[in-house]
Design a protein around this ligand. Structure first.
Ligand code: NAD
Ligand code: IPM
Ligand code: MN
Length: 358
């Protein structure tokens, strides 16, 4: 088979610290399961690049990156140096939109050996399917009467039938392949135009999937259920903002957002999909070498699965699970209650992979 061409974009802060372990684990699993990769690293989509060039990315970024099968992305943002809206709208949000990665798939699983803050977690194993190109994240709006008492700011939520239906379809299909249960996050009691319409699109789509049981919760009580009975969920579909919030809350319920991965998918394959940890650049711990690398490594696992390398993907997840299940304090990072660091945990997973037989 042809090698998978992967653009490596480490970005800022801990993104750049966890990335090397993500790449090493992919290389390791590739060696054992005979998957070839061609990695090329890019320094743009970072605030360092911005400070040198006055922009987050070169003009021809899209041309450069379109040639790849996938983007493997760390994290962006250093709000003390560049405002977050500038750095993120200049990079990650551009990728998602211009590469039409309309599904943001975020698994949430309680792994053995990982301490959860929940008293009664049960068996947590669900996916958040987050709409990724429209919704509350829009650039339509503006400011008027700035600096006066009449100062007014408006930012519109945009939902399109095509945009919503395609992500719902993806979520229903995923539910159909899993436990045939789908939960929709809504807020149709308060957000009285877009969200009742979202509910109506869910209802309409559900008619095509009569074997999938559907329920819906308003986002406020849904967050409470995530904490109090997360085991009831299987596939949770949500708008861009609700999905963003749920996909930090879910992983926090399973111990730490440091382990959570994410796949920004362009299902047609017209453009490359992007695989990244859910977490950000974590300026508070950046430079210390203590970031949890599991989210980054697990994102690599999603990349393998996306391209149909299921054996390799399963093995990589198994390696993560094995290392975490041993729960060795000198290996685990501080966010998991350990005394280890990025290197100890990253190398333990790499070693676990290399000890496997194909
Ligand atoms: P964050 O995810 O960077 O950090 C939140 C908290 O979780 C911090 O205390 C951090 O130390 C901790 N944390 C995160 N990842 C960790 C890991 N792997 N190991 C151990 N601890 C970890 O979120 P934030 O503080 O809201 O954002 C920081 C910056 O990152 C901002 O510029 C923000 O816009 C950006 N951000 C980027 C992405 C992305 O690129 N995908 C995602 C979220 C936030
Ligand atoms: C995420 C992040 C981004 C988002 C930010 C950095 C714009 O929080 O990937 O979850 O809100 O989508
Ligand atoms: Mn987020």
């Amino acid at each position: 088979a042809n090698p998978l061409k992967i653009a490596v974009i480490p970005g800022d802060g801990i993104g750049a610290e966890v990335m090397p372990y993500g790449v090493r684990c992919l290389q390791a699993v590739g060696r054992i399961f005979d998957v070839q990769f061609e990695f090329e690293e890019f320094d743009f989509a970072s605030v360092d690049y911005y400070e040198k060039h006055g922009d987050m990315m070169p003009k021809d970024w899209k041309e450069k990156l379109s040639k790849f099968d996938a983007l493997y992305f760390g994290a962006v943002g250093m709000p003390d140096r560049v405002p977050d809206d500038v750095s993120l709208w200049g990079s990650l949000l551009k990728f998602r939109r211009e590469f039409d990665q309309f599904v943001n798939l975020r698994p949430c699983r309680l792994l053995k050996g990982v301490t959860t803050p929940l008293a009664n977690p049960g068996d947590i194993d669900f996916y958040v399917v987050r709409e990724n190109t429209e919704g509350e994240y829009s650039s339509i709006g503006g400011k008027i009467f700035e600096g006066t008492d009449r100062e007014t700011v408006i930012q519109e939520t945009v939902m399109t039938r095509t945009g919503v239906d395609r992500v719902l379809q993806y979520a229903f299909e995923l539910a159909q392949r899993r436990n045939k249960k789908l939960t929709s996050a809504t807020k149709s009691n308060g957000i009285s135009i877009t969200m009742p319409w979202w509910d109506s699109r869910v209802l309409e789509m559900s008619k095509k999937f009569p074997d999938v049981a559907v329920d819906k919760y308003h986002i406020d009580i849904l967050t409470a259920h995530f904490v109090q009975r997360p085991h009831i969920f299987d596939v949770v579909v949500a708008t861009n903002l609700f999905g963003d919030i749920l996909s930090d809350l879910g992983p926090a319920c399973t111990g730490t957002i440091g382990i959570a991965p994410s796949a920004n998918i362009n299902p047609s394959g017209t453009f490359p999909s992007l695989f990244e940890p859910v977490h950000g650049s974590a300026p508070d711990i950046a430079g210390k070498g203590i970031a949890n690398p599991v989210g980054m490594i697990w994102a690599g696992q999603m990349l393998l699965g996306h391209f149909g390398y299921h054996e390799a993907a399963d093995a990589l997840l198994k390696a993560i699970e094995n290392v975490l299940a041993r729960s060795e304090p000198h290996i685990l990072t501080a966010d998991m209650g350990g005394k280890g660091d990025t290197k100890s945990l990253g190398e333990a997973i790499e070693k676990e992979i290399l000890a496997m037989k194909s």
